[in-house]
Design a protein around this ligand. Structure first.
Ligand code: ATP
Length: 668
């Protein structure tokens, strides 16, 4: 397949005459490209700009007599980029699921008050397919393993039976009775409308203890936090538990919570034997099946695959059951191949294109670490909103809308995370920059675009990220930004029945022609007459210059950018073995990548040896003892999902960890 992508190569249309350079094994060339950076001149902000005499062999685009024009010398954004390979992606038939069923909630045997709450408070009338299939099974008292695509209404699929069964109990539930239902969820974001009691990291344990003492009948918790309370609080009694729900089981396992779930199962089993168990997941991985094995008793398997999705090949049937993914039909997926030097400009242009020049757009951009989110949030806030010192509203071109940036990651305080979550949820527009903390379980309405600025390390993560849009039948789109050397990832996605269509970098950058904020400014009569692609290139260069000026405005900013770059490289070094041929740290050109952090030079003091080591010594995440020596710094993989009680044995859970080999299981 690699050969396929490399078979036909086309030169990046906006690249220069300069011969394309193959960029391999160049991470060590730390001082590379210094010369071109030295000649970089800041041309932005009117007075600071400099013009230069005509250049003989300028890159030619269009039919202008460019060599006669004065030229703003900036970093060579469009030169010496690697070739962009022609994408020959394998077109696969994606698994489809029908979101809604024609049946109404009234057809279920539910308490009239519950039905009227669903209809009038939640304003829902028809059931979704997963609700239609799961609710009757759970009302019958069966255990169930439920697999259904993201945003298909899995939460209500178990909440309705839980509430129906608890209200039907003959002896009325007292608050002091303690938990009747236990719901395990992977993250500590606000996640559900029915929250009689939540335990999650980031809150004071003391206040949780007090609430537990008073009693919580439906207890929703992250596994780590619940284990903390089981071990230290001794305030939870499970003797009345009738429901144990493991929501987003795949994510819980990905985060390395399998051991905690086992501890919880042990604790609950010790006090109560008879209860219903439900496992819900958007993906059915081996780990989920294993967890189902130890936690469910004679379960009904519910999978909402569209019947029209015919699978002539029995092997395909098996593959859809295991480790393959259904994607909402109303979700369009795109990929763009972008040379590293142009990454930042491409992302910014895409944000401008969608959120400044199109109405009612709400976007989530995924980054691989907290540092990257913080860095880009700050950078965009100071450059894209108000890059020339004038308030954004005064610089807005006509037919554009004000940009609003928010960020969400695990290094933020819980209150701040909650408030950002609410702000973005209730806003009709805006750009949320985040880590994978927001990739699962979060129900953020009306998100129109998901951008993955770096590829996720597992296809399941890809599915969950894009699953933040096109929820419950709405339309949504996603864009994956890849470097040319990462083109093969598209085929890796195809092997999991994920189809992405290519869009061209030029198409994204074209928006800059509309945005006069990034018009080249020149003194007096020296005007740029560039049109079309040449003008777009000039404006892209101005935009890059704006970024570089901001980053180089203080030593503090420079070191911040370097830290972000370091974080990027270290996160890059953690791709799993099977993706190493696509994402290898040695295929990064440090000078080019530095540019995507607004750095004019490739930093010398980046600790290349650490980066090299990271690239060769990636530990097997399944081996706990090795985790200590993992070269990825704590801050890169700072857990978004920790209990918040680090030091209580919950430290060290990391994003993207693989499931530890299953311990001797607990069977009921
Ligand atoms: N029957 C229904 N009619 C209309 N909207 C519904 C219905 N059921 C659920 N929803 C809404 O659909 C959205 C997605 O539901 P939910 O978060 O439960 O999906 P999910 O399958 O758990 O997604 P994920 O796997 O991404 O966590 C929510 O806003 C929810 O309120």
């Amino acid at each position: 397949m690699r050969r396929q992508t490399e078979a036909t190569k086309r030169k990046h249309q906006v690249s220069s005459d300069a011969p394309p350079a193959k960029r391999r094994n160049e991470i060590s060339s730390l001082s590379a490209k210094k010369a071109s950076n030295k000649e970089t001149q800041r041309a932005f902000k009117g007075s600071a700009h400099k013009t230069f005499p005509p250049k003989k062999h300028l890159d030619t685009i269009g039919n202008e007599r460019q060599e006669e024009k004065p030229c703003v010398k900036t970093s060579s954004l469009f030169k010496n980029n690697p070739e962009i390979p022609e994408l020959h992606r394998t077109v696969v038939k994606q698994a489809r699921e029908q979101v809604f069923s024609p049946e109404a909630f009234q057809e279920l045997d539910l308490h009239p008050h519950l039905i009227s709450t669903i209809n009038t408070v939640l304003k829902m009338s028809s059931m979704t397919s997963v609700q239609k299939q799961s609710i009757p099974v759970l009302l019958e008292g069966r255990d169930a393993l439920v697999r259904s695509q993201t945003g298909s209404g899995k939460t209500l699929a178990y909440c309705i039976p839980v509430v129906q069964s608890l209200q039907a109990l003959t002896s009325k539930i007292q608050r002091s009775d303690g938990p009747y239902a236990l719901v395990l969820v992977p993250t500590r974001e606000p996640f559900t409308w029915i929250v009689p009691g939540v335990l999650m990291g980031g809150e004071k344990r003391k206040s949780e203890k007090a609430r537990l003492r008073k009693g919580i009948n439906i207890l929703i918790s992250t596994p780590g936090r619940l284990v903390d309370h089981i071990k230290s609080t001794k305030n939870i009694h499970f003797n009345r538990v009738r429901w144990l729900v493991v929501d987003e089981a795949d994510r819980i396992l990905d985060l390395g919570f399998e051991k905690d779930v086992t501890v919880i199962l042990n604790a609950v089993n010790a006090e109560c034997q008879k209860r219903q168990n439900v496992l819900l997941s958007a993906t059915l991985t081996e780990g989920v099946t294993r967890l189902a094995d130890i936690s469910l008793h004679n379960p009904v398997s519910i999978s909402v695959l569209d019947k029209s999705w015919d699978q002539p090949n029995p092997k395909e049937v098996a593959s859809i059951q295991l480790d393959s993914f259904a994607i909402p039909e109303s979700l369009d997926q795109y990929v763009v191949l972008v040379p590293s030097k142009l990454r930042l400009v491409c992302l910014a242009a895409f944000i401008l294109k969608k959120c400044k020049f199109e109405k009612d757009q709400k976007m989530i951009v995924f980054f691989s670490s907290c540092e990257l989110v913080e860095f880009h949030y700050n950078l965009f806030l100071h450059t894209l909103l108000c890059h020339s010192g004038t308030p954004a509203s005064e610089t807005l071109p006509s037919a554009s809308w004000p940009l609003k940036f928010l960020r969400l990651h695990g290094n933020m305080k819980q209150e701040e995370r909650t408030s950002v979550f609410h702000e973005f949820s209730h806003s009709g527009t805006g750009v949320l920059l985040c880590t994978d903390v927001a990739s699962r379980g979060l129900d953020l309405p009306q998100v129109t675009w998901i951008v993955q600025y770096s590829a996720p390390s597992a296809p399941a993560e890809y599915i969950h990220r894009i699953g933040r849009t096109a929820r419950i039948g709405c339309h949504g789109s996603s864009l994956l930004i890849l470097a040319p050397s990462e083109a093969e990832y598209v085929n890796s996605l195809a092997s999991h029945k994920i189809n992405v269509s290519e869009i061209k970098l030029e198409g994204i950058l074209a928006v800059l022609a509309k945005d006069d904020c990034f018009k080249r400014r020149q003194r007096g009569a020296q005007r740029s007459h560039a049109t079309g692609p040449q003008e777009i290139r000039e404006r892209a260069t101005v935009l890059q210059t704006v970024f570089e000026d901001y980053v180089h405005s203080s030593q503090r900013m420079v070191s911040w950018a370097k830290k972000a770059l370091q974080s990027f490289i270290r996160a890059y070094a953690t791709y799993p073995k099977e993706l190493k041929s696509i994402f290898h740290v040695r295929s990064l050109h440090l000078g080019h990548v530095a540019k995507s952090f607004g750095l004019r030079d490739a930093p010398r003091n980046l600790g290349v040896s650490a980066v090299r080591k990271a690239s060769f010594k990636r530990p097997d995440p399944r081996r706990k003892t090795q985790r200590k020596h993992h070269l990825v710094p704590a801050e890169v993989l700072h857990s978004e999902h920790s209990s918040g009680l680090e030091g209580n044995g919950t430290k060290g859970r990391k994003q993207g960890l693989r499931v530890a080999p299953s311990k001797p299981g607990l069977r009921r």
